[in-house]
Design a protein around this ligand. Structure first.
Ligand code: FE
Length: 184
């Protein structure tokens, strides 16, 4: 059972992950590996490293093509990914995944220069996702138990778009994923 889940995740990352990541010169798999590697280098705990690796798994389970935002479609990949992962992982893994888009809307509201550093496709998807948070949304977001983890994940996400960066292989980060499985 646990073996099946882990091999299915590796399949999604390595096969579906060959799609390009938005408008960037990295694949979904490279983006996932760079995110997890940044989390590990930042001293994140295993659930946050697992969340970093899996944060865009919702892009890999849907059939909306490579860049739905370009077609004006919000794929709601954070919800899809959360629903997929919640079958096997607890909130320390699933909540940062669910909230990583909200974290972008949050950072756009609270950090004056954050928006200016967003990549063009992040700006496009931000519009579809509701734009920067309002003051009451900011307060509600801050009150969530995993808000801080989601913001950390968001920063790994933004930085994980480096062309040709060599990272450790998926197996390395899957050890963190395995350690977070609810049913061992
Ligand atoms: Fe991402």
């Amino acid at each position: 059972m646990a073996e099946d889940v882990l091999s299915h995740i590796v399949f999604l990352l390595t096969e579906k992950g060959q799609r390009q990541y938005g408008l960037h010169d990295v694949t979904q798999l490279q983006h996932a590996l760079q995110s997890a590697w940044l989390a590990e280098q930042d001293g994140a705990d295993p659930p946050l490293i697992a969340a970093a690796l899996l944060h865009d798994i919702g892009h890999m389970t849907h059939a909306l093509g490579e860049n739905p935002a370009a077609a004006g479609v919000d794929d709601r990949h954070e919800q899809v990914g959360h629903a997929f992962l919640a079958r096997w992982f607890g909130p320390e893994v699933t909540e940062p995944v669910r909230l990583h888009v909200a974290a972008k809307r949050y950072l756009c509201a609270v950090e004056p220069d954050y928006f200016s550093r967003l990549s063009p496709d992040s700006v496009l998807s931000l519009k579809l996702q509701g734009g920067p948070m309002t003051a009451s949304e900011v307060a509600a977001f801050r009150a969530l138990p995993q808000a801080e983890a989601a913001v950390r994940l968001r920063r790994y996400d933004e930085a994980a778009k480096v062309k040709d960066l060599q990272t450790p292989p998926p197996e390395k980060f899957m050890t963190y994923v395995a350690a977070c499985l609810l049913t061992q």
